[in-house]
Design a protein around this ligand. Sequence first.
Ligand code: PLP
Length: 370
Amino acid sequence: MQPAKRVKDISLSGIRKMFELVGADSINLGLGEPDFDTPQHIREAAKKALDEGFTHYTVNKGIIELRESISDKLKRDNHISASPESIIVTAGASEGLQIAFNALVDVGDEVLIPDPGFVSYDASVKLAGGRPVPVKLTDDEEFRMTPEHVLENLTDKTKAVLINSPANPTGSVMKKEDIKGIAEIADDHDIAVISDEIYEKIIYDAKHYSPATYSDNCITINGFSKAYAMTGFRIGYVAADEIITEEMLKVHQYSTACASSISQKAALTALEGPQDSIDVMVAEFRRRRDLIVGRLQRMGMSCVMPKGAFYVFPKVDDPLEFVEEALKRDVITVPGISCGIYGEDHVRLSYATSYEEIELAMDRLDEFYL
Ligand SMILES: Cc1ncc(COP(=O)(O)O)c(C=O)c1O
């Protein structure tokens, strides 16, 4: 059997490969998910859905109560006016990215993606037949994408620009004027902005803005994995204008049919129920961020202070050697090159693990880096 070239040419995430090395005593700073439990009331909602036999297909776009609740959330938090008809509930933000790229991109179209950036962007654009164009983000600009970056990389083949704020792997948060500026470029040049807002709620010293507040040429992608510690539920959503939503729906229908019925009920409870678990989680992430950044800086690393998400992305002398030396001491880290060529001088460390474990991990890194 010969695999398709388009699939053969992409590789599995380097981050996943690191997880295969995790041993019993390892401290895993490679993680991309909150280490907190899913709040009890959300788990109860999932159990209730099961007990009541809510275990069948739902309508493709997702149950109307959930889409109405997402529509309210988008209006309340993001000043986005999206009717329930222009929302699709997906199997995580991951599926949201797939259906957005597949609905938008023709063979050969270019999509600007942040570099360093989330591992899926490059592969997902390629799977959709497009050509990812890495937009170089640098630590002296705190890894923020700006309208100037977009203009520099724009060609007559550009179909879309992907923005991710707060960002994986850098923790950078884009400024309002940059989000607005990129939304205006999208309008002027008739391209789409795909906005991955999965870390929206995990933000410290900054405010989150959505490009869809300023332009209709936007696809907003979000989900429940990070804000509500629901990674295993595989539940998220996309919102866009009704025309592109109908195209995304085709891809969604023929690949997933609908998101898990049980997870949809849990997501509804997440949105409608108490939100205090988010504040507790974010306060703890902030404490850990301050710890890890302080310790890395004491080791002499240059490390931009992350304003969101739960990763730090310091510059180190020899990243591959660093990852190996850390591994010898049972600390899992991720080489920055896994997040794109412009991440090659860095490593990614996640602080989605306990304060005590981070302290221990930093003691071990001190052994060879201090
Ligand atoms: C930037 C970014 N977008 C999307 C996702 C995927 O999230 P989900 O679990 O909702 O598929 C992740 C997961 O790590 C991420 O870091």
